[in-house]
Design a protein around this ligand. Structure first.
Ligand code: TYD
Length: 135
């Protein structure tokens, strides 16, 4: 699996006159088996979420509605900003990336996750994240 965040372009099946369907399948589009799906919505404009990294979890994030700005940071404090503003694009985030996320009010963030929820997989303190060594 790649160890850098990267955009995934999902196929758009359909047409602008009929509407579209996009599909995320393990292996052909998503590089890990999906064990959990969650979505967030109604996040006020002025609120930023995230502020954590994951020790093992990988994710693909899609703005199925609205737009989402996602800043990802690695342990060398190299930052990258991704703007998700179309439902046919996903962002793959490997483990061990700090993320900070802001949303348009109508944004729905869909997350495909490699693991079920486990609070012990979170690193919620930035300094701990920078120092953390994953064996
Ligand atoms: P968190 O992952 O911190 O969300 P964000 O980074 O978007 O702010 O989760 C927020 C809360 O929701 C936290 O109390 C844990 C809970 N939660 C679950 O119970 N299950 C889940 O699958 C997720 C993603 C969160």
């Amino acid at each position: 699996m790649k160890n850098k965040p990267s955009l995934i372009e999902f196929k758009k099946i359909g047409s602008s006159s009929l509407g579209f369907i996009s599909v995320a399948e393990f292996e052909s589009q998503v590089p890990f088996p999906i064990n959990r799906v969650y979505w967030t919505y109604f996040t006020p404009n002025e609120i930023q979420r995230g502020f954590h990294a994951h020790k093992e979890l990988c994710q693909v994030i899609v703005a199925v509605s609205g737009n989402i700005k996602l800043t990802v940071v690695n342990q060398n404090e190299e930052k990258e900003l991704f703007i998700l503003d179309t439902p046919s694009i996903g962002l793959y985030i490997p483990k061990m990336y700090w993320r900070e996320i802001s949303f348009s009010h109508n944004a729905v963030l869909l997350c495909l996750a490699s693991e079920v929820y486990n609070e012990n997989d979170y690193i919620r303190d930035y300094k701990t994240f920078l120092k953390f060594k994953n064996d």
